[in-house]
Structure formats: C-alpha cells, structure tokens
Design a protein around this ligand. Structure first.
Ligand code: HEM
Length: 468
C-alpha cells in the first residue's frame, strides 16, 4: 500500500539505501530542476531515509499551499549546532517560540523605522567601497568585485548587528566558513545510521572549530555591550536592542537566556550578509553580459543623482529601472534557490494524495522562475518584463519567490533591498565597468545554502567624471 501511495506522485527511480541521492549532484537546484522537467512539477523523492516532496512550478506551489502552510523546518545537524539548538528564527521548528521570536524580529529589529535608522551606516560603508575602487582606478588595476562586495555587505550587517567596525574585519572568514558548512552535504541528515562518515571526512571537526570561533565572538560582543559598550558602538545596534528585550519581563520567555539572543544574532548575521552580496555580484555579472541593460540602468542613475557626486538613499525611490534589474537578477539567480527546507508535521493531503509526516518539502525557487509556461524566454535577462507585470517577490506571488512564500518567508526584505539598491546604484553612478582584456564572463555557480558565482567577478572600473 505504501508503494502504491508513493507512485501517485512522480517518483524517479531510486537505488537501495540511498534512494535518489545519486541524482542530486553538485548543484541540487539544477539537478532537481532537470528531474522535474522530466518527471513533473511535484516529485516525491527518497533522499536516503527522508521522503522529500519537490515543488517546481508556480501552479504546483499554489495548489500545494492552498491546503497546507508547511510552517515547520526539519532538524538538520549543522543548523541545530549553529542555532544553539534551534533558537534562531530560520531553523526553529513551528511553535510558540518561532511565532514570538519572528514577531519581535519584525516589530523591533527589522521594522521600517529601525532599518531607516541605519541609513548612515549604509551610506558610510558605500562611501568606503567607492573610495577603495577609486584608488584602483588611479592605478588601472582590475577589482575583485566579489570580494569587495562581500566585505561591504559584511561590514554593513556587522555594524548594524554588533555596532562595531573592527568586529566586521575579524569575522569575515568565520562567516564564510559558517555559510560553507551550512551548505555542505551532511550524511547524517539523510542517512542517520551513516552519520559517522561526517566525522571521518572531518566535517564535524570543522563545524566545532567554526562554531567555537563564532561563539567566542558573540560572547565578546555581548559582554562588551553588557559592560556599557566600547566607543565604537553604534547608538542602537541589534545586540543592544536584544539585550533590552532580554531584560524586559514582557519578553521573558522568548529571550530568557543568552543563547536565545545568540540564536537571533546568527539569523541577522548569516541570513543577511551572504544573500545581499550574492544578489549584488549576480546583478553586476548580468549587466556586463547585457550592455544595453547596463547603459539603461547607468543612465537612469546618473540622471536621477545629477552632479551630487553620489547616490543617496532618498534617490532610490526614483530608480525604477535599477529596481527592475535587481528583480530580474533575483529571478535568474535567486540567492537561496531551494529556499530553506520545510517539513510536514502530520499526514496531509496534497491533490487528493496522502503525504506522510516528516516529509521534507523543497520549493525550487529557481525552477519556478525559469518555467517557460510562466515566463517568456525565461533564460533571457530582460528587466523590462516586470514593467507591466504585477509579479512581485514579497511572498504573495507564486511565480517569483526569491524571498520565500507565506508566513515563513523572509522577514529581512526591507533590510536587504536598500543595501542592494544603494550599493548597485553607486557602482553604476561612479564608474564605467568592463571585463579585463581578453577575458570572458562565465556564469558558473558554487554549491552553498546561498549560491554564489564560482569564479570571482573581476572587472576594470573607469572613473566617470561627469557627475561632479
Ligand atoms: C537579498 C537578500 C535576502 C534574500 C534573497 C533572502 C531570502 C530568504 C529565503 C529564501 C528565506 C526562506 C523563506 C522560506 O522558507 O519561505 C529567508 C528566510 C529568512 N531570512 Fe532572508 N533573505 C535575504 C535577506 C535577509 C536579511 C537581510 C535578513 C535579516 C537581517 C534575513 C533574515 C531571514 C530570517 C530570519 C529568515 C527565517 C524566516 C522564518 O523561518 O520564519 N534575510 N530569507
């Protein structure tokens, strides 16, 4: 009966013990997309011991979410460790803690007012980025944009979260390793009885070392804040806000221990940095490949900001085409192409078929936004496609879900967009960009929870003199 039930969904052929794991490959969002083209938009795979429902089109997603919200997250080894036992919002299982922590996060940490209050930090860090690139212009050196964009995103998130510029310089590598380990293939998550393989391959040791460094860093920042803070601290960084909430009896149960605070910090720090810098790198990559779109975006930015010498936050509202460029980039390169996995808590019925509890739900955001039944010439980079379209990425429109969908979608969108827009606008305003002589652009991707460009984006900037 079990077999009969499973065969009601498309089930690609599986092998004993590992099931469909051998079909996943180095870039799961791509191999799952390919499988879905062959087998259908709703596939039930067996990844080791884990039944996994993969959703690959907007219609299938709409249909599935009609009757189920899937608000739970599965337990994953690295996520458990990094979130201090599921005390982060991203990995917390569905329940009272997740509900409260998310509510507080939206109202206290990521509210429009709070995000606006960090405008000065964003503008300062963008100014530092531009001045660094200017120096490279004078020496005619190419710039490793991947690296400088990562540093800038990291600096902004670190200053906002910890209030300390020096901390940002120290934590770059810790964060890189954290993202790599979260995106690694952990045998224990699929074949629990073979979990010892993760110890043999050295993965567990790497995680323990990285977690210890991260934890020490958090302890240092929290202790410093408790002592009253160093002179480097921004007036109201997120650790400061969290410590206020920790002392407030109204939030007693939600933020009762220091581990709760650390769990939330991990969210801000890990979810906020990598995704923004991936979006920026892919935007610049696509603009170089598409000179017509580059010229249009650049002309718009230079017209709106005029002769001020820089783009300011209040200019962003007038950058209509730049916003379309960012949308189109996120359609082709959603930073987290498989979102964050979810899990059924009880038997549920999807299209009249039963799905057992503890089935992992994977939403393939990239396959959805490349579906030719929804998008005309989906592989083409054409920001204009959004001009008269109501396709939006705020979690309500199933055709385009880079920030996820429904009640478990990303609460950081209002934080992320001003960073991405301000950085990109200033890069286009201040410089003309080209590839180093004789080099070609590639679109190769690297495995991770956030998908980055595999080879660094190296470009030659030319200072634009007409804006002062
Ligand atoms: C371009 C930038 C970003 C992208 C593309 C992005 C994308 C995502 C995605 C795909 C999810 C999973 C949604 C789902 O399961 O449906 C998510 C969740 C989350 N994101 Fe973001 N994110 C970005 C920036 C940020 C920032 C800046 C923050 C905070 C400072 C943040 C905090 C979170 C949190 C806390 C969750 C977990 C939500 C939950 O489980 O309830 N994100 N994000």
């Amino acid at each position: 009966r079990k077999n009969q039930r499973n065969h009601l969904f498309a089930c690609p052929r599986k092998l004993p013990i590992i099931g469909n794991l051998h079909q996943i490959g180095a870039l799961p969002h791509r191999s799952l997309h390919k499988l879905s083209v062959k087998h259908g938009p709703l596939m039930l795979l067996q990844l080791g011991s884990v039944p996994t429902l993969v959703i690959s089109t907007a219609d299938a997603l709409r249909e599935v979410l009609k009757t189920n919200d899937f608000l739970n997250r599965p337990s994953l080894y690295a996520a458990k460790r990094y979130s201090y036992g599921y005390l982060s919002i991203s990995f917390a299982p569905y329940g009272e803690y997740w509900r409260q922590a998310r509510k507080v996060c939206i109202s206290e940490l990521l509210s429009v007012k709070r995000v606006q209050s960090f405008g000065k930090i964003r503008e300062e860090e963008v100014a530092n980025l531009i001045s660094g690139i200017r120096k490279a212009c004078f020496s005619s050196n190419p710039v490793n944009l991947s690296k400088v964009l990562q540093d800038t995103s990291n600096m902004i998130v670190t200053r906002v979260t910890f209030g300390d510029r020096i901390a940002a310089q120290a934590n770059g590598q810790i964060l890189e390793e954290n993202q790599r380990l979260l995106g690694e293939f952990w045998v224990v998550d699929y074949l629990p009885w073979f979990g010892w393989i993760d110890a043999l391959t050295g993965l567990r040791k790497r995680l323990e070392i990285n977690f210890k460094e991260l934890d020490e860093f958090f302890n240092h920042v929290i202790e410093e804040h408790m002592r009253g803070g160093s002179s480097n601290h921004e007036p109201c960084d997120l650790v400061h806000v969290l410590l206020q909430l920790h002392k407030d009896p109204a939030y007693g149960t939600t933020f009762s221990s220091v581990s709760h605070i650390k769990g939330i910090i991990v969210d801000m720090f890990a979810a906020g940095t990598d995704t923004s810098y991936a979006t920026l790198t892919w935007s610049m990559t696509e603009l170089i490949i598409n000179p017509r779109a580059m010229a249009k975006a650049r002309d718009e930015v230079r017209k709106v900001a005029g002769k001020k010498g820089k783009v300011e936050e209040h200019d962003l509202q007038d950058l209509t085409y730049l916003k379309l460029v960012i949308k189109e980039t996120m359609r082709l390169h959603p930073p987290a192409p498989l979102l964050i996995p979810r899990e059924t808590t009880e038997t549920c019925v999807i299209q009249g078929r039963q799905v057992p509890p503890k089935t992992r739900i994977i939403i393939n955001a990239r396959a959805i936004s490349l579906d030719p039944n929804t998008w005309e010439n989906p592989e083409e980079f054409r920001p204009e496609r959004f001009i008269d379209s109501n396709a939006d990425f705020r979690g309500q429109d199933f055709r385009f879900v880079p920030f996820g969908v429904g009640r478990r979608s990303c609460p950081g969108i209002n934080f992320a967009l001003p960073v991405v827009e301000l950085v990109l606008a200033n890069l286009l305003y201040c410089f003309d960009w080209e590839l180093p002589t004789g080099q070609e652009m590639d679109l190769e991707e690297e495995l991770g929870i956030t998908v980055h460009k595999k080879n660094p984006l190296v470009l030659v900037p030319k200072l634009f003199q007409g804006n002062v």
